[in-house]
Design a binder for this molecule. Structure first.
Ligand SMILES: Nc1nc2c(c(=O)[nH]1)N(C=O)[C@@H](CNc1ccc(C(=O)N[C@@H](CCC(=O)O)C(=O)O)cc1)CN2
Ligand SMILES: Nc1ncnc2c1ncn2[C@@H]1O[C@H](COP(=O)(O)OP(=O)(O)OP(=O)(O)O)[C@@H](O)[C@H]1O
Length: 187
């Protein structure tokens, strides 16, 4: 399992890097904004991109008038993320693992999450950097009530069927430059 996951991560990193330089993210932003339009009034978590991740913030910033937005802060391996309120244009500081978030802002608990990833499949499978941060965070949030998790990626990051562990938390769907893909139920 670990070797299979490592090989997929390496392949996904290469595919994402290639797509990042050559894919116009505007259709993905439009699809994400349209999707999130349905959850006006909700607390929505995005992320400040690192490396070659597709940037969700151009799609989220215009939603600041209708939604409450927040960004994740890490607290070390084995611990769930917390989220801090984000107002577009606000200064960000170091939020762990090379990520950025507004550090002085109040903590919010999101109902809708836009999730970064390396690889996805059509069943809701997701693979990230392997720290389990989003798995732990979604497990915690879903234990409290209904939560939507939408992956944001380039279409090139799709794999046939990712290896899944019992702790992997499914995505409700994926947004790419090709549109929204709702997860088919697993078998
Ligand atoms: N933008 C973003 N924010 C995020 C995540 C993420 O994947 N992307 N996270 C997801 O859980 C959490 C932070 N956890 C992380 C855990 C490991 C690595 C990591 O291994 N990074 C690579 C280099 C990344 C790159 O530059 O491409 C590394 O250190 O080798 C990054 C974030 C919360 N915030
Ligand atoms: N709720 C949980 N409780 C305990 N362990 C967990 C939980 N969620 C994930 N893990 C463990 O965390 C490790 C990393 O998980 P995984 O490889 O799925 O991370 P990832 O989804 O790729 O990373 P990330 O979410 O940080 O981007 C695995 O060993 C997994 O068993």
């Amino acid at each position: 399992m670990a070797a299979a996951k490592a090989a997929i991560r390496a392949e996904a990193k290469a595919r994402r890097a290639a797509a990042h330089g050559s894919t116009d993210p505007a259709p993905a932003h439009a699809a994400l904004a349209a999707l999130l339009g349905a959850s006006a009034g909700q607390i929505v978590a995005g992320y400040a991109p690192i490396g070659t991740e597709i940037d969700p913030l151009p799609a989220l910033a215009p939603l600041a008038a209708t939604h409450r937005l927040c960004l994740p802060v890490t607290h070390g391996r084995g611990r769930p993320l917390s989220f801090r309120a984000w107002v577009p244009g606000q200064a960000l500081g170091p939020a762990g693992f090379g990520t950025s978030a507004p550090l002085e802002a109040p903590e919010l608990v999101p109902r809708v999450l836009v999730v970064p990833l390396l690889a996805f499949d059509r069943l809701g499978g997701r693979m990230g950097y392997g720290a389990g941060h989003y798995d732990r965070t979604l497990a915690m949030l879903r234990a409290r009530g209904p939560v939507q998790a939408w992956g944001l990626a380039y279409a090139a990051q799709e794999f046939d069927a990712l290896p899944q562990e019992p702790t992997d938390q499914p995505l409700d769907g994926i947004v790419t430059e090709q549109g929204v893909l709702r997860s088919a139920p697993g078998i």
